[in-house]
Design a protein around this ligand. Structure first.
Ligand code: 5GP
Ligand code: ZN
Length: 115
């Protein structure tokens, strides 16, 4: 756990948050500032700063997060219509919380490219 990391605090329950999904490797919870009718963040339990840190050893975790995003989207009922998964990386990527997370956004139409 990184003591200064808000998402690590959410993982251990120091900052209360209702999990929409949890397993040994990850948790998922609603974004505090939703950008779509459904906006869920899926994060590894183990602190991992960003995609900029990704190495061969992280491939299982990264695959797991994306697979869970797909499963949650199906459970929520918007998978067939469509949805967006986003991983922001570092300053130019718009990352503001430096504990890797997958955004799962659904329930509305998205445009591409994003701003
Ligand atoms: P980023 O910009 O790093 O890709 O996304 C960080 C996301 O975390 C933002 O969408 C922001 O609203 C969300 N967020 C920041 N702090 C908290 C928090 O304490 N609780 C929850 N649930 N979401 C947070
Ligand atoms: Zn963390």
């Amino acid at each position: 756990m990184n003591e200064d990391c808000i998402f690590c605090k959410i993982v251990v329950g120091e900052v209360p948050s209702e999990f929409v999904y949890e397993d040994d490797a990850c948790v998922a919870f609603n974004d505090i500032s939703p950008q779509a009718p459904t906006h869920i963040l899926i994060i590894p339990k183990k602190h991992f700063t960003s995609m900029d840190e990704a190495q061969e050893q992280h491939k299982e975790t990264l695959g797991h997060l994306l697979l869970k995003a797909a499963e949650i989207a199906r459970e929520k009922g918007f998978a067939e219509k469509g949805y967006r998964t986003v991983i922001n990386t570092n300053r130019d990527g718009g990352q503001t919380v430096f504990h890797l997370h997958v955004h799962l956004l659904g329930g509305r139409q998205f445009i591409f490219p994003p701003g």
